[in-house]
Design a protein around this ligand. Structure first.
Ligand SMILES: *Cc1c(COP(=O)(O)O)cnc(C)c1O
Length: 425
């Protein structure tokens, strides 16, 4: 059988019949640590980060890894050690940053529904900035900050009404979305922010969607933001930073997103052309830093002929990886060791009692029970979205780092699943 193409190369590569990540045999890792198992390459994460940082050399900038994509501590540690900040959407994420050795001073706090207690904790830790998503939030945040005798640094998340041309569930910059402050209400919102006693206006922010595969929507967005920056400057409100959000796509199958370096260079050119090159640029990439750095390993349990289809039933399920069920996402699925012999078309499904429990449809595979499969590009929005549905403990995670394979999360145990539950006494 010919070896299928691999997103995530060169870190993911065929070595003869064996699939390897950062030089490690994935079959061997599946046997050593059991399945389902997430495996990540630290070198691949650093490589993805370097595409941004190389293009930003010599410019005032901060890369805030959008940690909701993958918030495992060792992943955060990898980015913290590389000098990154973090984009967080809850106080739980702030606590993870701190536990991983990250610095609150490099944290931007996004999200449409921040609770006052979350604001308080973030203020006490000294986060870099709150990305505020409504006028109501401005008033609440000002009151919370005043109560602590502090001023909250704020950036307003603007909804630029730009079509990111991505899946409706992950498009966030259209008027119809719940996110951000409408572009035509932004000036009034900034004036309010500038006069509230507990706030200090520091920047402007946006985030138009996820899995974006074109540069155009970013350039349109940055133009919309710069229009506001200029209008505010004319009123004496100076914005020190411009946060262009995250959202850059990756290759799952046949997508061809721009390289992060190209995106950064085009954005810088636009910002410079309009005379704003002195302002600090913030980025909030999530998926593009980790997506192609990880795989989910699973074991084939049963091959079953249905009435019209053949099913390859594996030990990973929608609770481990919900992207196919939730977004109808297509992710590559390949054997960890290629077999000779004829392939057959299978729906690759898990053991969960839902017809929506599928990982891939109509895939040509030559497999036998006991073989291991790798679901590719599973570093983002995968483990971070895992649940315990069907009382299934969450998978273990391994981080490869050169010759070493570190177990960074132990497999959950069944007793942990109901440790917080009580019978009625
Ligand atoms: C999710 C999110 C990001 C990251 O999006 P990716 O598509 O993973 O790059 C950035 N900023 C905000 C506010 C987000 O909600």
């Amino acid at each position: 059988m010919t070896a299928p193409a691999l997103p995530g190369a060169p870190f993911l590569a065929w070595r003869g019949h064996e699939l390897t990540l950062e030089g490690h045999s994935l079959s061997a890792l599946a046997r050593e640590f059991g399945t389902p198992l997430y495996v990540y390459s630290r070198a691949a994460m650093r490589h993805a980060l370097a595409a941004y940082t190389d293009a930003l050399q010599g410019r005032a900038h901060l890369l805030c890894y959008a940690m909701k994509a993958n918030s495992s501590l060792a992943v955060l540690q990898t980015f913290a050690q590389a000098g990154c900040g973090f984009d967080i959407v809850s106080v739980g994420e702030l606590e993870r940053v701190l536990a991983a050795g990250g610095s609150a001073a490099k944290v931007v706090f996004s999200g449409v529904g921040k609770r006052p207690d979350e604001m308080r904790r973030a203020l006490q830790e000294g986060v870099r900035c709150f990305n505020v998503e409504s006028v109501h939030e401005l008033h609440t945040l000002s009151a919370v900050a005043t109560g602590l005798g502090l001023r909250a640094p704020v950036s307003l998340r603007i909804n630029p009404d730009v079509d990111a041309k991505t899946h409706p569930y992950i498009s966030t910059g259209l008027k119809a979305n719940k996110f951000g402050i409408a572009h035509d209400e932004a000036l009034a919102a900034y004036r309010t922010a500038a006069r509230l006693p507990g706030l200090e206006v520091v920047g402007i922010d946006c985030h138009i969607g996820s899995q974006i595969t074109e540069v155009g929507p970013y350039l349109d967005t940055v133009d919309r933001l710069l229009d506001l920056v200029e209008a505010l400057q004319a009123e004496g409100i100076t914005l020190h930073h411009i946060d262009v959000g995250g959202g850059l796509g990756i290759t799952y199958t046949d997508e061809t997103p721009p390289d992060a370096g190209l995106l950064v260079r085009e954005l810088l050119a636009r910002v410079d052309a309009r005379g704003h090159g002195h302002r600090e640029l913030l980025f909030e990439p999530g998926r593009s830093l980790v997506g192609n750095a990880g795989v989910l390993l699973t074991e084939v349990l049963v091959l079953k002929a249905g009435g019209e289809k053949h099913f390859c039933i594996v030990d990973a399920a929608m609770n481990d990886l919900v992207r196919p069920a939730m977004y109808e996402a297509t992710m590559g699925i390949v054997p960890c060791a290629l077999r000779d012999g004829a392939s057959r078309r299978y729906d690759v499904v898990g053991p969960v009692c839902e017809s929506g429990d599928w990982l891939g449809r109509d895939r040509a595979l030559a497999v036998e029970p006991g073989d291991h499969l790798a679901v590719l590009s599973a570093g983002a929005y995968a483990m971070a979205m895992a649940s315990n549905y069907n009382s299934r403990p969450r998978a273990a995670e391994v981080m490869l780092d050169g010759p070493r394979a570190h177990l960074i999360r132990e497999r959950e145990t069944v007793s942990e699943l109901f440790a917080n539950e009580k019978l009625i006494g």
